[in-house]
Design a protein around this ligand. Structure first.
Ligand SMILES: Nc1nc2c(ncn2[C@@H]2O[C@H](COP(=O)(O)OP(=O)(O)OP(=O)(O)O)[C@@H](O)[C@H]2O)c(=O)[nH]1
Ligand SMILES: [Mg+2]
Length: 698
């Protein structure tokens, strides 16, 4: 592989809804360009960028993956991204590593939820975008309809620069609006070969209609051009193309192309347009970074001779290779074997075996220039989102904003003794995918895992087994219930044992009273006259806390109460700390029961975004989950509902919301406070807990 300088590089993230044909398109681009030896396919499990066992089994993309094509002295880096929203994190990482988003829209399904989502993310980053109508050969393909759909639902600034000749099984050519010529594909071609002909007369009208839209739109990019256009002057294809590039970079137009990855029709034209319309990294504005260790900002300029700055946008852990880091060079040039700095982790890393990736294959390369995308294995302590920079000019780039998790589950190992391996595996998987999180909850005694959806967590279970040999399963997560006391009480705790030799004697009297929510626990020593010697009072306190941790109603920790220890007695020989601790336990058990104990549950505040037409269903569902709706307001083109819902009722909510809103709804949540559980439900929780204890004791 030759070394490319920044001006001859293009970086394209291929994004879109699930099954829109992204992976197939990248495979076709790589094959037609000659950069890949075979034309792979997703159903056969041979696609260049769907190479992991997970992806081959499931026939859809799960991970971001890299490919590149060399086309007319230019290297086009292609980043394949998953369409399923469970794996949105990788789509976002792909967008952050690229300069242009190629949004793939199926010719039969048109704009879908995933299309809208990736469009929004690219828009937030102000990324230039182009669109590709895929699957043009498929039955019921309808270019005109998809174009209208994009215009109405995504952007009015979409401008077709190609028009298909025939659709579905009839699809056999593409009109190029810049060259005003038509490519007729050779039947049976495997590499997108075509014959260039004049536009067929029956397509003249369509050509003129679209041509006008194109010229008008690109002319508007340039004052001089629009003047000439309005005066009826001819605008050359070269001028139109240059204006289209400028307009695309500025977000004034979004070019639309079309084709079929299976038949390789339109693939050469797309390669040309990627080269011609996508800006080279060296043409881009500098990014802003921060000088490591100071608040000073620094421009990261995409030039070969600048100080080296690169960001890791994805890490993949491979069982026998260790971690593989995918990174984008934002400035400078890096040589194979160079030593670079990871400032925040206070480490330097040696970039041995510097490579570029073609699907699962890696090829070593002597150096990478500003704007290029590379791969390196076995970094010591560098993870997704870290910046590597030259030791002399330590820099940190802003982090990629990965979305937070939406679903919580518990995870158990199937075989005892694998717990440590589980933790290690989960940590590795978190490092390669920041949208996946895990922690051990010592109160629930469960490993809690969080992800973007059920499918996401199932994939994690699969990876644990394949990569780390840990068999695990997902279970329902426990809820951190609490208990508190609604009333006051007082009484005695006495521990007395006489069993030959030295006995045990502890005796205390306590008053217990509720405290306001969130106040915690207070202990007041009100002993007078040394009826309990000072050295034993802390033992009473300790005993009370121990008993409170075990609960009264259902075995959950009792919170928010105060204790006054006001009386008691002791024995000069038999009293001990241990005996007073036992007395404290007894006192709490005796008294708390009469203090109207109640069960508390965590309430979370959720924000749910839903399309208007699903509002009724979503509200109804929240109420059914014992939710209390606080209000709704328009937000981000949807309706945002704010509600408070018991955490116990939110199990698998993301799955339900997804199905109610056909994937268009999203939500986020945060802990609000503890509230009393209604009595009938409290009974069920207590019964459930008792059952758990019984099974645990068996
Ligand atoms: N007829 C036809 N089928 C295609 C074409 N491109 C892709 N397909 C099929 O459409 C299905 C989905 O294609 P993929 O390439 O996996 O789509 P994707 O966008 O990568 O999907 P995700 O990875 O799930 O986001 C596969 O069965 C492909 O074989 C095409 O041009 N024509
Ligand atoms: Mg795919």
């Amino acid at each position: 592989m030759r070394v490319y300088t920044g001006d001859a590089i293009r970086n394209v993230a291929v994004v879109g809804h699930g099954a829109s044909g992204k992976t197939s398109l990248i495979d076709a681009l790589a094959f037609v360009s000659g950069s890949s030896k075979r034309h792979g396919s997703v159903p056969d499990g041979t696609a260049l960028t769907d190479y992991t066992p997970d992806e081959i089994d499931r026939q859809y993309s799960i991970n971001l993956a890299l490919a590149h094509v060399e086309w007319q002295q230019t290297k086009i880096n292609l980043i394949d991204t998953p369409g399923y929203l469970d794996f949105l994190g990788d789509a976002i990482a792909g967008l952050y590593a690229a300069d242009v988003a190629l949004v793939v829209v199926s010719a039969t399904s048109g704009v879908e939820v995933g299309t809208e989502k990736v469009w929004e993310f690219a828009a937030e980053r102000n990324m230039p975008r182009m669109l590709f109508v895929s699957l043009m050969d498929k039955e019921h393909a309808n270019f005109e309809k998809v174009f209208a759909d994009i215009r109405d639902r995504i952007t009015p600034k979409v401008v077709p620069i190609e028009v298909p000749v025939g659709e579905g099984p009839e699809f056999h050519g593409i009109i190029n609006l810049f060259s005003k010529k038509c490519h007729m594909y050779k039947k049976g071609t495997k590499t997108g070969e075509f014959e260039e002909v004049d536009i067929p007369s029956e397509y003249q009208e369509i050509f003129e209609k679209y041509s006008e839209v194109l010229t008008e739109n690109v002319a508007e990019v340039d004052d001089e051009l629009i003047e000439r256009y309005l005066e009826g002057e001819e605008i050359s294809s070269a001028e139109a193309l240059a204006a289209a590039k400028k307009g695309m970079a500025a977000g004034q137009i979004y070019p639309l192309l079309c084709g079929s990855a299976t038949l390789t029709y339109g693939i050469r034209a797309l390669l040309n347009k990627l080269k011609e319309l996508v800006p080279a990294p060296t043409e881009l504005q500098p990014r802003m970074g921060q000088v490591w260790g100071s608040a000073e900002e620094v421009e990261v300029v995409p030039t070969d001779d600048g100080p080296f700055v690169a960001q890791v946008f994805k890490t993949i852990s491979e069982p026998h290779v260790g971690d593989v880091s995918l990174f984008r060079v934002w400035s400078g040039t890096v040589q194979n074997g160079a030593e670079e700095l990871n400032g925040p982790r206070e480490t330097t890393e040696k970039l041995n075996h510097l490579s570029v990736a073609q699907g699962k294959d890696r090829e070593e390369i002597a150096e990478l220039h500003a704007g290029d995308i590379g791969v390196v294995a076995k970094l010591k302590n560098t993870h997704t989102n870290d910046t590597l920079s030259s030791v002399d000019s330590p820099t940190v780039l802003p982090k990629i904003p990965f979305p937070g998790p939406l679903i919580v589950m518990a995870m158990e190992v199937s075989q005892r003794g694998q717990e440590d391996k589980l933790v290690m595996g989960l940590q590795k998987l978190h490092e390669e995918d920041p949208t996946f999180q895990h922690e051990y909850d010592s109160e629930l005694r469960q490993t809690i895992v969080r992800g973007r959806g059920e499918r996401h967590l199932e994939v994690i279970v699969g990876r644990l087994e394949r990569k780390f040999g840990v068999k695990a399963q997902l279970t329902r997560p426990g809820i951190a219930y609490r208990e508190t006391l609604a009333g006051k009480g007082e009484g005695q705790g006495k521990h007395k044992k006489q069993s030959g030799g030295r006995g045990q004697y502890g005796d205390c009297w306590v008053r217990i009273a509720p405290l306001p929510s969130g106040q915690g626990y207070e202990f007041h020593n009100k002993i007078v006259g040394g009826v309990i010697p000072g050295k034993y009072v802390p033992a009473v306190d300790k005993g009370i806390q121990e008993a409170a941790a075990r609960g009264v109603v259902a075995g959950y920790q009792v919170v928010d109460f105060s204790v006054e220890c006001y009386d008691g007695s002791h024995h000069s020989v038999d009293s001990s700390e241990q005996a007073f601790r036992m007395a404290g336990i007894q006192a709490f058990r005796n008294v708390a029961r009469s203090c109207k104990p109640v069960l508390l549950e965590p309430i979370v505040e959720v924000e749910v975004w839903t399309p208007d037409d699903c509002l009724g269903d979503v509200m109804g569902d929240l109420s059914g989950r014992r939710g209390h709706i606080l209000g709704s307001e328009p937000d981000k083109g949807l309706l945002k509902i704010t509600a408070r819902v018991p955490e116990a009722e939110l199990y698998k909510y993301s799955t339900q919301l997804h199905s109610m809103t056909h994937g268009r709804g999203t939500f986020s949540w945060k802990f609000h406070r503890y509230e009393r559980v209604p009595p009938d439900i409290a009974k069920e929780v207590a019964a459930e807990r008792a059952k758990e204890k019984e099974t645990a004791n068996k």
